[in-house]
Design a protein around this ligand. Sequence first.
Ligand SMILES: Nc1ncnc2c1ncn2[C@@H]1O[C@H](COP(=O)(O)OP(=O)(O)OP(=O)(O)O)[C@@H](O)[C@H]1O
Length: 315
Amino acid sequence: MSGGGGGPIVVTRGLTKQYGRVVAVRDVDLDVGAGDRYGLLGPNGSGKTTLVRMLLGLVFATSGRIEVMGRPIPRRTGEVLPLVGAMVEGPGAYGHLSGRANLALLDASGPGRGSRRTRRRRVDEALERVGLGGVDDRPVKAYSLGMRQRLGLAAALLHAPRLLILDEPTNGLDPRGIREVRDLLRALNEDGTTILLCSHLLGEVEELCTRVGVMDRGRLVLQRDMADVRAPTGRVEVRTPDAARVVALLDGRVEHRDGDRLLVRAADAAELNARLVAGGLRVTEIRPQRHTLEEVVLSLTGASADRFDRPAEGA
Ligand SMILES: Nc1ncnc2c1ncn2[C@@H]1O[C@H](COP(=O)(O)OP(=O)(O)OP(=O)(O)O)[C@@H](O)[C@H]1O
């Protein structure tokens, strides 16, 4: 079974989950490779949460199989969980305790041992990493949603996981918080942590992820490295005040014209530019055409981009 970037970290084959008559996840073959920042993208109700819950052994599949770090789930979930940091249940915490006390409790129940001082440092470091280092001892029930989200992340980071699984990690954060979480996830990933996150936000996945999976009504309808999604299409976008003459010069290679903008079949923008200039034609702008993730997703799901920002009907 092949993974995405490095060796396989999460692999599913034919994974299906049915709740009564609702098929929440249908026949999914997921491949997350070591070192990936994998974004599982899909509108609300498309099955992302159910899928990641199955990976963690929290929900049992109806059929299909799962391997996380080479171990079959759910049979060997117990071996895998100490290597995984997860925030999928929403950032749950005891409201009457401080963030630090919540993490200390969690740490005490976790796999990592060590002296009191080691434990204290581990908690402090996790708080520091998510930007809650200076937080006072007010109870979690007084936290904003953004602070709770950060605390949930800190909990997922406590034991230096090899794999982080996060469901909508920027939920409730303001633009600055979103950027901080994104930077944090990039830094963790550079240190070797594989990241699998669910999101209904195209922009978030496009910005952060190296690999993308798109869910649509329970199916994984696309799974690709972002570099391939964003690869040049073999066409060049040209803007020129001499559009009619360019069309004549290139004879049949112009696929589309919109005023002074042309779409030209050509592999190399620099070469095309040289040819136009040599022909005495002026070029205002020229660049290889690339598809955005949004264009790729829409061509696959045939739906409006709006579906990624609000609940799907009848899902
Ligand atoms: N415990 C359950 N019992 C019955 N149906 C469920 C259950 N959990 C999920 N579903 C259904 O399965 C489908 C997929 O839900 P899921 O929560 O996995 O989607 P999602 O993409 O994560 O959406 P969201 O972002 O809203 O959580 C939905 O139709 C949902 O109603």
